[in-house]
Design a protein around this ligand. Structure first.
Ligand SMILES: [Zn+2]
Length: 205
């Protein structure tokens, strides 16, 4: 189903939602809202039409001299901004994703740095829970780059909680996903957290 087909099917349904909630969908301000709302929903969920493989198939190989056997140096991309949609309340949650991976000393495969933010986008643009999104990002990197290890940390503010008054304003949720050596070597995670602390010093989500 293409975008226009989706929008056309959603429009009458969303018009009905407005009516059920006590609005007049014919009043001036709301007349085009079902269509705008439908287009917005399609945008928020466009990750369903994408696959992390589309982005992670762009790989490069480091020379053996540049990445010697026994190396455990990390590639870190921090503060990738994302906005996703909570699948329980269909409300936004937004924040930052930080990723570190250690290339395999055997394959020495790396990917373009911008590709990691594309992968975040693929999973964020779906109905999500933050815990699963974090795991999916780590699993995709693990599967496509076969690194020695990967760690993904996500920090987010959930507007479903803010708007319903369940959560204090400014409270953030942090989730972590580890694969490979990050599961067994906690010293690596400590190093990663140290980098983040330096980088994030003074800044907030
Ligand atoms: Zn929610």
């Amino acid at each position: 189903m293409d975008t226009e087909e989706r929008v056309n099917k959603l429009k009458p349904l969303l018009r009905e939602v407005l009516e059920i909630l006590g609005e007049d969908p014919e009043r001036e301000g709301l007349r085009r809202t079902p269509e705008r709302w439908a287009r917005a929903l399609v945008t928020y969920t466009r990750g369903y039409q994408d696959d992390p493989e589309n982005h992670l198939k762009v790989i490069f190989q480091l020379d053996e001299d540049d990445y010697p056997m026994g190396s455990d140096d990390m590639v870190i991309v921090d503060s990738i901004a994302f906005t996703s949609t909570c699948e329980h309340h269909i409300a936004p949650f937004r924040g930052l994703v930080h990723i570190a991976y250690i290339p395999s000393p055997e394959t020495r495969i790396i990917t373009g740095l911008s590709k990691l933010s594309r992968v975040v986008e693929v999973f964020a643009r779906r109905f999500q829970v933050q815990e699963r999104m974090t795991q999916q990002i780590a699993r995709a990197i693990d599967e496509h780059l076969s690194p020695l290890g990967v760690i993904v940390v996500a920090q987010a503010v959930h507007y479903c909680m803010v708007q319903r008054g369940v959560e204090q304003r400014g409270s953030t949720t942090t989730t972590t996903a580890r694969r490979g050596v990050f599961l067994t070597n906690s010293e690596l995670e400590t190093r990663f957290q140290e980098y983040l602390k330096v980088r994030m010093d003074g800044s907030k989500v």
